[in-house]
Design a protein around this ligand. Structure first.
Ligand SMILES: Nc1nc2c(ncn2[C@@H]2O[C@H](COP(=O)(O)OP(=O)(O)OP(=O)(O)O)[C@@H](O)[C@H]2O)c(=O)[nH]1
Ligand SMILES: [Mg+2]
Length: 342
């Protein structure tokens, strides 16, 4: 375990090779990753985590690049995880993003990595969650999770974020229709990017209309220039506090509207910190994370200790010797029974 202690030290010192190695252990689901995570976990979690998702081509990467610059100017340390479900190292989008972000690669206060692990329970979301704990331990101030796609897995990942930004752009209206269901759920802040283009106001209105269908009180989410009005609403019952996602206009490649965006993030963060509703959201996330870790640990244990029995069960089902319910039940009984005996 001396090796692991060195790795933990390296992480705490924000040594880039150590961070990369930790990410690799997690990606590869190396058993040492579990030990590592036990050592680096802290309840507080140093970094503020921002999820960025939205319509393809809306300017997410350009925005993220601008956000990195803004946070760096404030002296904050930033990590970016590009969540790419397709492939870790290929794909035009990621390649383009890497070139765009190249200027930050020589900056020691910036860590950029893509994540693509799938295929186990919780998939992308689980391994991203693990990497987040490493980044907390490395004391990054801000972590940005940028999704490449907008499928269910990617939306799932944004649930790991304190604040999720959904990026839209004018002229991509059909996409809004197609993905709105999932996306409205996850959004804490909306950016209508490419505000320099015609149709930005119409996109803002479309969004406002969709949001108002979700029983959101009148008059909120109004625009004043780049700034959203009333992001924080106390319902008629003083007990029910509610967060109303603001809609902000940005022109990412000119760095316009980003300060207002960062202000909206800060406001959402204080909503999480200072209200009961925010505390409930945080508690629910901890519960979900624990369950995911617990179930994955059970699966790993069963796979490791009962590999032969599992294969045998598979054969029985495939060859019709047993129905899947009875075979599964027998296997679970046997696995749990043998654990309690040992
Ligand atoms: N006019 C205009 N173009 C922009 C703006 N922001 C980004 N772009 C351009 O829009 C294109 C797409 O930007 P990206 O940042 O790659 O968008 P993305 O959402 O990351 O794209 P994918 O990762 O492929 O889904 C690029 O050519 C950008 O230069 C903006 O505010 N206004
Ligand atoms: Mg991109």
């Amino acid at each position: 375990m001396a090796d692991l202690s060195t790795l933990v030290e390296g992480i705490r010192a924000r040594d880039m090779p150590a961070l990369a190695r930790a990410c690799r252990l997690i990606d590869e689901r190396d058993p040492r990753a579990f030990e590592l995570l036990k050592r680096v976990f802290s309840h507080e979690g140093h970094a503020y985590v921002i999820g960025v998702t939205g319509t393809p081509g809306s300017g997410k990467s350009t925005l993220v690049d601008g956000l990195i610059r803004l946070y760096r100017e404030q002296g904050l340390r930033v990590a970016v995880l590009a969540i790419d479900p397709t492939s870790p190292y290929s794909g035009g989008a990621i390649l383009g993003d890497r070139i765009r972000m190249q200027q930050h690669f020589t900056d020691e206060g910036v860590f950029i990595r893509s994540i693509a692990t799938r295929g186990h329970l919780g998939g992308l979301s689980r391994s991203t969650g693990d990497v987040l704990h490493v980044l907390h331990a490395a004391e990054f101030d801000v972590v940005i999770l940028e999704t490449v796609g907008v499928g269910q897995d990617e939306l799932e990942v944004t649930r790991l974020a304190d604040t999720t930004l959904v990026v839209m752009a004018p002229g991509l209206g059909d996409d809004i229709q197609a993905i709105k269901a999932g996306i409205l759920e996850v959004a804490d802040v909306f950016a209508v990017n490419k505000a320099d283009r015609a149709g930005a106001d119409a996109t803002v209105q479309d969004l406002q209309q969709m949001l108002s269908l979700r029983r959101i009180p009148k008059g909120v989410g109004k625009m004043q220039g780049h700034t959203a009005v009333s992001t924080f609403h106390r319902g008629p019952d003083e007990q029910t506090e509610e967060w109303v996602p603001p809609i902000l206009k940005t022109t990412a490649h000119r760095q316009e509207g980003l300060t207002e965006l960062v202000d909206a993030f800060a406001e959402h963060r204080s909503f999480l910190d200072d209200t009961d509703a925010g505390q409930v959201i945080r508690a629910q996330r901890r519960i979900e994370e624990f369950r995911a870790i617990l179930y994955q640990a059970l699966i790993d244990e069963v796979d490791a200790r009962f590999a032969d029995e599992v294969s045998e069960g598979v054969r029985d089902v495939v060859e019709g010797r047993g129905d899947p319910y009875s075979v599964a039940e027998a296997l679970v009984r046997r696995a749990l029974g043998s654990v309690s005996e040992s």
